[in-house]
Design a protein around this ligand. Structure first.
Ligand code: FO1
Length: 306
């Protein structure tokens, strides 16, 4: 069964990792959000692509989920000592990724090709694709005006009150060629438990999820709170009570199946009324075994024979 997983940051990478432990490289392709990408110190940084690749490669920092494990911070510290910007923590190993990606982009290589070559170098066998090879930028509208995503998320620590989002470049950006092909030939699509507003919606603004095949989402909100990140705060600030039901409404019309945590089982009835099959199970992924178990339950739920 050919599965496409749509993923953003840390939460999405965990389920993608679980799926990669079960499905072969021929069965799983991961399409990743690039709306968080930005230029910093003249380097082109792709946080979600790197988070997914590092996670699948076993190179990710287990504490943060992003950046590299066993990292050192000499370069950013010496830049900061000279008055440089250090609110975005660039580790020394991670810097190597940004240096080489920036060099290759300047040489005219596509983000898809670069990511594919990096995955080979990191020992990642599954296909990890950017949603587009053209730039898309998530802009967060707040009560302090518009902020670029990393400015909002890291520098301001998600403090400003969110009033909306826009995805600069999404109208012009074409889906990455291999991503569109993979979607067309996919038997099912898994929307990983990433932030719907800033990790999954940018992908949906660039790539049209084909109808007529199972599309299953895993709720990133458990018991009214996000596991990690500002998803629940964003819902609240947009006047929506954060819950698995809010996620079901967010994806209503796109998904055919929805997986929520058993903590949210009381919401099953109201979610089922949205005309989607719903499964309540343990979706909290604390370790690699949890990732594989959750992935296996998601696949069985959509009838994938694994
Ligand atoms: N997130 C932070 O909260 N603080 C950081 O200093 C930080 C640095 C960083 C460096 C490389 C990278 O790939 C990701 C990094 N992130 C950091 C996470 C990143 O902002 C988010 O993971 C995504 O943009 C949203 O998922």
């Amino acid at each position: 069964m050919r599965i496409i997983a749509l993923a953003g940051g840390v939460g999405g990478a965990k389920l993608a990792h679980g799926l990669a432990q079960i499905l072969s490289p021929q069965e799983l392709t991961v399409i990743v959000n690039t709306g968080d990408d930005f230029e910093h110190y003249g380097l082109y940084i792709c946080p979600d692509l790197d988070t997914v690749c590092y996670t699948l490669a076993g190179l990710a920092n287990p504490e943060t989920g992003w950046g590299r494990v066993n990292e050192t911070w000499n370069a950013i510290k010496s830049a900061a000592a000279l008055g440089g910007i250090d609110w975005f923590n660039l580790g020394d190993k991670d810097l190597g990724t940004h240096l080489e990606r920036t060099r290759r982009l300047k040489a005219g290589d596509s983000l898809s090709q670069i990511t594919s070559d990096f995955c080979k170098a990191w020992g990642v066998q599954h296909a990890v694709l950017p949603m587009s090879d053209q730039p898309v930028r998530t802009i967060v509208a707040t009560d302090e005006g518009e902020l670029a995503f990393q400015e909002y998320f890291v520098h301001r620590r998600c403090a400003p009150k969110v009033t909306g989002f826009r995805f600069e470049g999404a109208d012009e950006a074409k889906p990455a060629a291999r991503a569109q092909e993979a979607l067309q030939s996919a038997d099912a699509i898994v929307i990983c438990p990433s932030n719907p507003w800033v990790s999954i919606d940018p992908i949906r603004n660039v790539i049209s999820i084909p109808a007529g095949k199972p599309v299953v989402a895993v709720s990133p909100i458990i018991g009214g709170e996000a596991i990690k990140g500002p998803a629940a705060k964003m819902y609240r600030e947009l006047g929506i009570e954060p819950s698995a039901l809010a996620i079901a409404n967010h994806y209503h019309g796109t998904i055919t199946h929805f997986v929520i945590d058993r903590l949210d089982a009381p919401l099953l009835e109201s979610i089922n009324a949205l005309n989607m099959q719903t499964l309540a199970t343990n979706t909290f992924m604390a370790n690699h075994m949890d990732r594989k178990r959750t992935a296996s339950e998601v696949l069985h739920f959509i009838g994938a024979s694994v």
